[in-house]
Design a protein. Structure first.
Length: 323
């Protein structure tokens, strides 16, 4: 699967992914009003508005971007109609030729994790038929439960040519509360190196330990020069990205945090390899809410999708100038 994503990145000269993370406050008034007029003030109305909103953005940008990344939480908040909107968004994006990265951050004990993997990138057998659930191409995975929780996803990647991005160093400000903790021989320590009253001289940040594991998993799931097992590293931590890029030379890095969260293009180069590949940069609000920004306000609510398109054009230009 990663080879398919790389092919599309090369074709469009665009190492980017659009985060389709809808909130009702992002949806233009005319779309929301029309949904409420037909379905009332209901979750169904919210789900239908999300579909219409996403359709506009996908239609306006599908020739520019290789991939989209819908965050399932933004859909789950609207219950079953929201999940139906998620399912619809995945299918519609794939019809438009896009790779779909489901931002689901799943993880659990083996059997439950296997069910998550089947739901999103795998399949289930019902009678004599092999059927698929949400059917994304790739998903994000939380590694907190260790190999037990990740291996079911890796198995699907190998068997059905799918992909995963494992959370390694996330973009949020409090990520360091756990991810930056130092580890010695598998034991967590305080940041100052203290463990059980003994001085630890050479601790390794937990995120580096996770990266080593991602590299190990990735070697078992290669798809050309890169692995179907990738990593998530926030654009807000470029110095850590440089270290982690070297630890995972064959893992693609999904980089959230560009734009609205403070990540800048000038800090993105460490995430890439010398071949100008190895990373895909995500922008969510900076694209889907572009019409609400002063820079793109000229487009107005009715032309929100055109504003998103221009934001994608600007993002691609901004990132490609660093090479």
């Amino acid at each position: 699967m990663i080879s398919k994503l790389i092919e599309k990145i090369k074709q469009k000269n665009a190492p980017i992914v659009i985060g389709l993370d809808p909130m009702l406050t992002y949806i233009p008034k005319h779309i929301m009003d029309a949904a409420i007029s037909e379905y009332g003030e209901t979750l169904k109305a919210a789900g239908e508005a999300v579909k219409e909103y996403n359709k506009g953005i996908i239609d306006a940008t599908c020739d520019l971007t290789p991939a989209v990344k819908p965050n399932i939480a933004m859909y789950e908040q609207f219950g079953i109609p929201g999940l139906e909107a998620f399912e619809w968004t995945v299918k519609y994006a794939k019809e438009k030729g896009l790779i779909v990265i489901g931002d689901v951050k799943r993880d659990d004990i083996g059997s439950t994790s296997e069910a998550y993997a089947n739901a999103h990138i795998g399949s289930v057998k019902i009678g004599d038929k092999e059927l698929r659930g949400f059917e994304e191409d790739m998903v994000t995975v939380n590694p907190y439960l260790g190999s037990d929780g990740v291996k079911p996803f890796i198995n699907v990647c190998r068997e059905q040519d799918k992909g995963i991005f494992v959370l390694v160093k996330t973009s949020n400000p409090s990520s360091g509360e756990f991810q930056d903790r130092k580890v010695l021989d598998g034991q967590l320590t305080d940041n100052d190196g203290m463990m059980l009253g003994d001085l630890v001289l050479n601790g390794t940040p937990l995120y580096e330990t996770v990266a080593d594991k991602v590299n190990e998993w990735g070697k078992k799931c290669m798809d050309g020069s890169y692995s179907n097992v990738g990593a998530v590293i926030g654009a807000t931590y470029p110095e850590m990205g440089e270290i982690l890029r070297k630890k995972m030379p064959h893992s693609y890095i999904l980089v959230p945090g560009y734009g609205a969260q403070g990540g800048a293009a000038d800090s993105l180069k460490p995430f890439f390899n010398d071949d100008r590949l190895g990373a895909i940069i995500n922008s969510s609000r900076g694209i889907i809410c572009a019409y609400q920004m002063e820079k793109y306000s000229r487009f107005g609510d009715e032309n929100y999708a055109d504003a998103s398109r221009q934001a994608v054009v600007d993002m691609i230009e901004d990132i490609n100038r660093i090479f």
